[in-house]
Structures are given as C-alpha cells and as structure tokens.
Design a protein around this ligand. Structure first.
Ligand SMILES: NC(=O)c1ccc[n+]([C@@H]2O[C@H](COP(=O)([O-])OP(=O)(O)OC[C@H]3O[C@@H](n4cnc5c(N)ncnc54)[C@H](O)[C@@H]3O)[C@@H](O)[C@H]2O)c1
Length: 419
C-alpha cells in the first residue's frame, strides 16, 4: 500500500468533507486528512469524527490554520468561491502544496498572483479542474491525438446543468447571487473552458456571448403561487421546481448525499419540513434574490481558425456534458459515457463505452492519484494541469462574461508580459 498524502482541509462543506473527505475515507492509501479549518462548529466536529482528527488539529478558519506550523503535505482549499485566493497564497507561503477548488480567482490579476506565488514557492498548485483527469475526457483527447479526426475544425459543447440542479445551486443556493459567489459562467463553466483548452491544445483568441436570467424571475411567478413550496397549492403536481416534492422524493428514496445533505443533516421528514419552511431551499423559485443567468451561449475562436460554440443552460433533464468535435476526416461525439466516431472515409460509425468510476466521471480519483505521484516523485509533468493552464480557462470565462455584459466581441487576455 502506498503512503497516503497527508492533508489539511480548509472548508468542511460539500466539496471539502463530502468530496475529498469521502475520497480519504474510501482510499486510505491515497489521502489522509489530519487537520481541519472550518468556522461552523457542527461541520468541524463532523470532520474530526469522520477522520479521527486530534482536536488540537481543529481550527476556526484558514487564517488560524495558516498561522500554525506546517501540519501536512497538502492544503485542500474548499472554501466558498470568494475565499480562495488569500488562503491559497498563505498556505503556499507556509510550504504546503495546495489543491485549490475552482474558480481559482475571480479576476485575472488574482489568477496571476496565484501563478507567480506557486511558481516561486516550488510547490504544486492544482486547481480542481477534475474533468480533464477523467478517463472519459482523457479518452476523447487521446482520440484527437490519434489523428483519426484529421484536422479539428469546430466543436459544439453543451453543459446541460439540469433544471433541478440549477434551482438548487443557482436559484435558491450558494451560487444564486453573482456578487456573493461568482458569475454563473465562471462558477459552472470554467470547467468547460478548461476542457476546450485541454482538448484543442490551442489558445482561445476571442469570444462573443449572449445570455440572461430569463425564467427564474418574479414576473413569471404564477398568481396562485406561495412564497414557500410548503404552503403552495402548485407544489404537489403542477410546479416542476417544487422543493417539497424534489427533496421529499429523494429523502424517501433513502438519498442522504448531495443535494439532500446541503439542506439537512438529520435525515428525517420532520427535519426536512422544518428546513423547507424556514431555510433558503424551500423558497419559491420566483421569489428568490437570484441574479445569475439561467442560460448563456458563447462563440469562441481559437488559434488557427478553430471555432467552438458553447451552451450552458438550466433547462435540461439530468445528463452529462455533451461534446461534438468536427474534423476534416470525421466527427467524434461524446455524451459522458459513450464516444462515437463517424469516419468520412470508410463511412463507418464506431461507438464504444469509456467506463468511469466515481465522482466527476472518475476525475476526483485520477486527480488525487496524479497529485500523489507528482508529490512523491517531484515530477510536475505527472499533473495534467498547472496554474498557468488553469488561468487560461478563467481568462476565457472572464472574457465571455464581459462580452455578454458589453454585447460585443472580446479578446481573451491570458498572457502577461514577462511571465
Ligand atoms: N471541482 C468541482 O467540480 C467542484 C464541485 C463542487 C464545489 N466546488 C467548489 O468548492 C468550493 C466549496 O464548495 P461547497 O459546495 O463545498 O460549498 P460549502 O458552502 O458546502 O462549503 C464551504 C465551506 O467553507 C467554510 N468556510 C467559510 N469560510 C471559511 C474560512 N474562512 N476558513 C475555512 N472554512 C471556511 C464554510 O463554512 C463551508 O463549510 C466552491 O468554491 C465550489 O465552487 C468545486
């Protein structure tokens, strides 16, 4: 059995405790969480209990942890979107390798601060772009590299958020107000821009984007609707976004993971009823303070005339990102599970499954394994991505959002003099 990476966990929320914490509990050869920094006492206590952490290794927040001596090899930063840059900088300075959740930062200047700090520290800074590590996207990239598609011309990529996921996170939840978290296109789609960059191996030069918050607005609220689903006559049958129906069905089906565990920690009907009567997740979707877009499209031009279109939308059923890549010799389609190659020369269609296991199409496992190998050997090339690569996707997201807001074509600013 290999020696696990030791880690301090900053932010024991959904991603920190239920994501990385779960990985640590499943694979003791891979990751061991030895300290936690979390301001919410119940979450801190849960982390201590689940990972048998010494209570002396519990901290109120990342700043207190960063003042202590170095306690592990890696610092996992899974704090809210607006609290990524300062902990990552402080923990790099303390000598940790940092696994930083996306978005790495919300401005280009802060992305560059992180790149510079990581490169001068001699430590690894890995941004949680897990999808590029997944066997599925790795298989897609290997196919592109095989040359069978010929010269890649265009890409059509869809991020089908799913109407329920969208309501949970982007109407009622933590990512619903851009000023408190991040613009939707950064929060959700920096993964997609990272994938396009990874697959095409080309810089994106300029973008154009349209989108708005069109549906989840007060003026679309039916006249009979109540401000909470638990009092609403439409909640049982008519409203697709009913919180009582959605979370209730999941709980009755025995689901205790995401998103139920974001709403309640005591998995009973009564706890759910109370949470939906008082908490944010029981609000009518037309009566929330949300301001992020519910659909957005982007057109992207890459080096050498390669183009891509990208759609991110709330209004889909439950499925995985879909990608279609058009080359001079054929077309490759992927739905998150199967890849399908249509060969222009033979006129044959080949379809095969790429098995994946675990979250993010297996990307969580593969990213942690790569980080472990990179740290054990000191070989950065074992990581699929570094902070400079991560910066590119963020520069793309920032340009796309600027284009939407300004209604004009925007050039992607991902280069900095001297760096
Ligand atoms: N890579 C991915 O695919 C992926 C998936 C999910 C979430 N995320 C990202 O992970 C981050 C966390 O998301 P989440 O869903 O776990 O949110 P969350 O709200 O469930 O968890 C964040 C935790 O950080 C804690 N926190 C707040 N301030 C802190 C501080 N000063 N020091 C230490 N902890 C602090 C909060 O109390 C909370 O427990 C977000 O940036 C999110 O975008 C990434």
């Amino acid at each position: 059995m290999s020696r696990p990476l030791t880690a301090v966990l900053c932010g024991a929320g959904n991603r920190g405790l239920d994501g990385y914490g779960w990985c640590a509990s499943q694979r003791r050869d891979l990751l061991e969480i030895v300290a936690v920094a979390e301001p919410i006492p119940s979450r801190r206590a849960l982390a201590l209990q689940r990972h048998a952490i010494d209570p002396a290794m519990a901290f109120q927040d990342w700043a207190e942890l960063a003042k202590a001596e170095k306690l592990a090899e890696v610092a996992i930063v899974a704090t809210p979107d607006r609290d990524h840059v300062e902990p990552a900088l402080s923990l790099l300075a303390r000598g940790y390798h940092v696994l930083l959740e996306k978005p790495m930062a919300l401005s280009l200047a802060d992305c560059w601060r992180l790149v510079e700090a990581a490169e001068s520290s001699g430590r690894f800074l890995v941004v949680g772009h897990v999808l590029r590590y997944s066997p599925y996207f790795r298989a897609m990239k290997a196919f592109l590299q095989s040359g069978k598609l010929g010269e890649v011309m265009t890409v059509r990529h869809l991020e089908p958020v799913n109407f329920w996921r969208f309501c949970h996170s982007f109407v009622r939840g933590n990512w619903s107000v851009a000023g408190l978290s991040a613009p939707f296109i950064m929060a959700k789609s920096c993964h997609d821009f990272d994938l396009l960059y990874y697959l095409l191996e080309k810089r994106c030069l300029r973008v154009s984007s349209f989108g708005s918050l069109k549906h989840f607005r007060a003026e679309n609220r039916p006249s009979q609707a109540a401000s909470r689903c638990c009092h609403c006559p439409l909640a049982e049958s008519e409203c697709p976004f009913s919180a009582t129906r959605y979370y209730g069905d999941l709980l009755r089906a025995g689901e205790h993971g995401w998103p139920v565990n974001v709403v309640i920690s005591d998995f009973t009907e009564q706890a759910l009823a109370e949470a939906l009567a008082d908490g944010p997740y029981g609000r009518c979707v037309y009566d929330c303070p949300n301001d992020v877009v519910d659909h957005q499209v982007a057109i992207l031009e890459f080096e050498e005339g390669v183009t891509a279109t990208f759609t991110a939308t709330a209004f889909t059923d439950h499925r995985v990102r879909e990608t279609e890549i058009h080359g001079s010799l054929g077309t490759l389609k992927g739905d998150g599970r199967f890849l399908e190659f249509s060969d222009f020369r033979s006129r044959q269609v080949e379809r095969w499954e790429v098995p994946t296991e675990g979250r993010h199409l297996g990307g969580d496992w593969a990213m942690l394994e790569s980080l472990q190998r990179a740290i054990r050997t000191g070989d950065a090339s074992l990581l699929d991505t570094g902070p400079r690569d991560s910066l590119v996707s963020h520069a793309m997201a920032l340009a796309v959002e600027e284009s939407r807001l300004r209604a004009s074509v925007v050039e992607v600013q991902d280069a900095q003099e001297g760096l």
